[in-house]
Design a protein around this ligand. Structure first.
Ligand code: PBG
Length: 332
């Protein structure tokens, strides 16, 4: 914040361009930097052998089988990317999403494979129901309603099952009230007191998730998610959601999406200075720049790095982004 009592000279004494004259001067006054350590790489895992299927609405993003993960872990390590966020595509969907908490579920298998390939890799799992349920909603459905409290029990089971498989951290994204405390209790009771929780705390009901729903095969089969995800028009509610998550024991809070919500990221950073803050640069944010780049309308590298630095400048400590590997190379 500009200090209003500060005395600043004006033109012609003040010439901000003096400090922009050379690359090194610009490097010296640069406030924000990006490093591969800032990135969390989201991945979509499916059943099968030797599968690497590009998501049509997300060029450069793949649905991939467990046997491809060893090479993936090696690549991530060589690029200096510390963490992944895992999403699973089950063999079968049902109303409760049973594979979500099955010991041999797709994400559980992926966790083991990645952990074996690189024990240092931070494996974060998305804890939600929509990819696993036949109705595509993030909670238990009864008479067309998404039930809160019965969902909490399932989310707890999913988190414990991921921790048992070797997940480093869990990321609840269902936007159910009380999900952090429910998961914290379930983890603690199962002995996983050291498993951190990254709460998708301020998650908006966003059209920018469109391409993800193809990647994760998770569109809601009726209605939309606006009875649980937040209204894009609100910011006080975001602060309230984050405060609740912190009270319930979240170790890291998140704002999602990122670019249309940079104001929320900034408010979160200023309101909650003690907690690490993550931001999710979501599928639509990625796909729209990819599409424009393909048409030759934008320079992908430039606008991707500009997007990522903006998210950091707004106050995020870490960024979930599909550009993680490309960006690490570009920064390299
Ligand atoms: C829910 C979930 C979603 C995303 C991450 N976790 C989709 C949704 O809420 O509909 C979206 C991520 C993206 O768009 O990149 N499990």
């Amino acid at each position: 914040m500009q200090n209003s009592s500060q005395i600043t000279p004006s033109f012609p004494t003040a010439r901000p361009r003096r400090l922009r004259q050379s690359t090194n001067l610009r490097r010296m006054i640069r406030q924000t930097s990006l490093t591969p350590a800032d990135f969390i790489y989201p991945m979509f895992i499916l059943h099968g052998q030797n599968v690497r299927k590009e998501v049509s609405s997300m060029p450069g993003v793949y649905q991939q089988s467990v046997d491809t993960l060893t090479a993936e872990a090696e690549e991530l390590r060589s690029l200096g990317i510390p963490a992944v966020m895992l999403f699973g595509l089950p063999a079968e969907k049902d109303p409760l999403g049973r594979e979500n908490f099955a010991p041999d579920g797709i994400v559980q298998q992926a966790i083991k494979a990645l952990h074996q390939a690189d024990p240092e890799l931070v494996i974060i799992t998305d804890v939600c129901m929509c990819e696993y349920t036949d109705h595509g909603h993030c909670g238990v459905v009864e008479n067309g309603q998404i039930l809160n409290d019965p969902t909490l029990e399932i989310l707890g089971q999913v988190a414990v099952s991921h921790a048992r498989a070797g997940a480093t951290m869990v990321g609840p994204s269902a936007m159910m009230d009380g999900q952090i405390v429910a998961i914290r209790r379930a983890l603690d009771e199962a002995g996983f007191t050291n498993t951190p929780i990254m709460g998708y705390s301020a998650k908006y009901a966003s059209g920018f998730y469109g391409p993800f729903r193809e990647a994760a095969d998770s569109p809601p089969q009726f209605g939309d998610r606006s009875t649980y995800q937040m209204d894009p028009a609100n910011n006080r509610e975001a602060i309230r959601e984050m405060a609740l998550d912190i009270n319930e024991g979240a170790d890291i809070i998140m704002v999602k999406p990122a670019l249309p919500y940079l104001d929320i990221i900034r408010q979160a950073r200023d309101t909650f200075p003690d907690l690490p803050l993550a931001a999710y640069n979501v599928s639509g944010e990625y796909s729209m720049l990819k599409a424009a780049a393909r048409l030759g309308w934008l320079d992908e590298k430039r606008v991707a790095l500009e997007s990522l630095i903006s998210i950091k400048r707004a106050g995020a400590d870490m960024i979930l982004t599909y550009w993680a590997k490309d960006a690490a190379r570009w920064l390299g």
